[in-house]
Structure formats: structure tokens, C-alpha cells
Write a protein that binds this ligand. Structure first.
Ligand SMILES: [Zn+2]
Ligand SMILES: [Zn+2]
Length: 339
């Protein structure tokens, strides 16, 4: 069996599968790319042929403009196997945002799985992560420190609703990344029984409409920009974190600044951003989620793309798993980038 390093290489454009002739989430324009999900650090414009889930392609079109996601696009269903060059390829859900996928590759009996970004908690807006046993697991490590343990998102949304009940004169303005986090927060609010209209920023609304078109209900949404100040008293607004920090949020009646992010576990960050009500809601696996995943996929070797790789590699080594830091340049965390 060939060692994975001989057929999967880190090139300046990103992770390249040589016998397959394609990149996964390249950071520069390439001839053939497989895209794990539509966040801008993974899905970039200007590629030739692009393969991704239908949902990811739809979200890429929305974010980049029709046709800019690739000269040609091919949608892959979860579990649907294809052959690229000499390599068998399929995707499985990553549980990160709608359409997010892990990419599984097989060549001469060796199997590598690239996770993309992922989380293990349930999310009403996307399919749950499917562990795929493999020889090499390529993982993210955004929250790979033992201090990062994310509480159930339902509990955080319950905190938000308790605060809304406590301050009926004020408007709760929730900073949530426009793709994924915002829709998850809205869906969680609906699950918790919040049936009133939710007011949304234009950037958030555009993505919500794609989610709805793809079958993920959001309930009644109203543009926060046209609703009257009085109407939004006692209500909930969802907007990108940058808008919440900005003049944009001053239009609301005595706003309560909230932020939905895994980083809200770090109290200084919340304080620095002037966040009154931090909501620890993450679309990335926490420390336990990352380690449980390494055990479930049972790969003897793990490659870490970006994040806190040292801690994860050290922890994996204790269980006999070989670790390798790929130090891929160009990936970040969408919440961090937004905040
Ligand atoms: Zn992402
Ligand atoms: Zn990412």
C-alpha cells in the first residue's frame, strides 16, 4: 500500500491528489477542485472544474455570483462514488454548515479522508457528521485545546430567550456569521418555540433564502433595515458580527449586543468586543469532539490542516496515532475572520 504522502501532497495551491489530478479546497485557482463547503477560505473563485455537494454549489453561486464558482460544476450526492484519474472519490456529511462534506479518496488500497471543517453536535440545518474509517484522517483543529468544551447550543439559545423575556423594551441583536451560524441560530430559536418574525441583515437574509430554497425552513424573516424601531422592541435581530459592532446596530431600541461564536467561551474576547450576552455556539468540533472523531475514524495517522495543531498532535500521540502538521496557509475560522 503506498504511503499517503506519496500521492497526496501539499503544494502552494493547497492539498493536491496527484493520481486523481485534483485539489481539495485550493487557495489559488486550479484546473480541478473538490470543495468541502462554501465558506470563503475553502471555496474560492476562479477554478476550472468544481466538484461539490449541490448545496455547496448553490451557496457558492450565491456568495460569488452565478458561474464564478467554476467554469464547470458537478454536484456529488453523499455516498455517490466516482473515479477521478486513478482515484475513487466520494463525499459524506461533515455537520459544519449546509452542504458541508468530507472528501474520501482511495488509491491502491490506501484511503485518506479530508474532513474540511466539521462539528459533532446536532444542527437542525445540516446532516450530521459521518465517521469514515481511514488510513489517514486530515482534520481541522480550530478549537483543539482542552479548555474548549462547547455547551449544548440549545442551552445558549435558552439564555438568549431568557434575556429577551427579561428585557421586553430592548432589541437583542445577535452577531452570527452570515453563512451557517445565522441559519443555525434561527433554526434553534424556532425549535425553542420562538414564533415571532426574526429581523435579519441583508447579507444574512440572502443566505437564508438559499437555505429555504434547499428545504431548510427559517420561519418568518423580515429585513431589519426597513422594520420600524418600535416594531423590533422585544424582538431578535440576526446580523453579521461586523454589522453588530458597527453603526448599523445603533438603529435599534436600546440594543443588547449578543454574539454567537465558539470564541465566546473566552471571556476577554467577549468583553473586548463589547458583547453583553455571549453565546457559545460553534460550528467547529471542540476538544472532546476532535478527539472522539480521531478514535472513531481509527486512522493510524492524522494530518492537521490549520488551528491549534500542537495540542491535538500531542494528545493523539498518547494513543499511538502519528500526527503531522500540514500548516496549510489561507484557512481561518469564519467567526474569527468576521470578529
Ligand atoms: Zn467553515
Ligand atoms: Zn474553515
Amino acid at each position: 500500500m503506498p504511503h499517503s504522502e506519496t500521492w497526496l501532497r501539499v503544494l502552494p495551491a493547497g492539498l493536491y491528489c496527484e493520481p486523481g489530478g485534483f485539489y481539495v479546497d485550493p487557495v489559488r485557482p486550479v484546473d480541478r477542485a473538490i470543495i468541502t463547503h462554501a465558506h470563503s477560505d475553502h471555496a474560492r473563485p476562479g477554478h476550472g472544474a468544481v466538484l461539490a455537494s449541490a448545496e455547496t454549489l448553490a451557496l457558492m453561486d450565491q456568495r460569488m455570483g452565478e458561474g464564478r464558482a467554476g467554469v464547470s460544476q458537478q454536484a456529488l450526492g453523499y455516498g455517490e462514488r466516482i473515479t477521478l484519474g486513478e482515484v475513487g472519490v466520494w463525499i459524506e456529511p461533515a455537520g459544519h454548515v449546509l452542504g458541508s462534506s468530507q472528501v474520501a479518496m482511495e488509491w491502491r488500497g490506501s484511503r485518506v479522508v479530508v474532513s474540511g471543517d466539521y462539528k459533532r453536535e446536532a444542527d437542525p440545518t445540516c446532516r450530521p457528521f459521518v465517521p469514515i474509517p481511514c488510513d489517514v484522517f486530515v482534520t481541522e483543529a480550530t478549537f483543539a485545546l482542552p479548555v474548549f468544551r462547547h455547551p449544548p447550543a440549545e442551552d445558549e439559545v435558552a439564555k438568549l430567550l431568557a434575556s429577551v423575556a427579561l428585557f421586553p423594551e430592548r432589541t437583542h441583536v445577535v452577531g452570527a456569521y452570515a453563512l451557517g451560524k445565522a441559519q443555525r441560530v434561527i433554526a434553534l430559536l424556532r425549535q425553542a418555540g420562538w414564533e415571532q418574525p426574526i429581523y435579519v441583515h441583508g447579507a444574512t437574509e440572502a443566505v437564508c433564502r438559499v437555505y429555504e430554497r434547499l428545504g431548510i425552513g427559517m420561519g418568518e424573516l423580515r429585513p431589519a433595515t426597513v422594520a420600524a424601531k418600535g416594531e423590533m422592541q422585544g424582538g431578535i435581530v440576526v446580523a453579521p458580527p461586523s454589522a453588530v459592532a458597527d453603526r448599523w446596530a445603533r438603529r435599534f431600541a436600546d440594543p443588547v449586543s449578543c454574539m454567537a461564536s465558539g470564541w465566546m467561551q473566552v471571556r476577554q474576547r467577549a468583553r473586548m468586543k463589547g458583547v453583553e450576552l455571549p453565546l457559545v455556539i460553534s460550528d467547529h468540533a471542540d476538544w472532546d469532539g476532535l478527539n472522539a472523531t480521531l478514535d472513531e475514524v481509527a486512522a493510524p495517522e492524522v494530518w492537521v490542516t490549520h488551528g491549534r495543531e500542537e495540542a491535538l498532535i500531542h494528545e493523539a500521540a498518547k494513543r499511538g496515532i502519528r500526527g503531522r502538521a500540514l500548516r496549510l496557509i489561507g484557512y481561518g475560522d469564519e467567526d474569527e475572520e468576521a470578529a
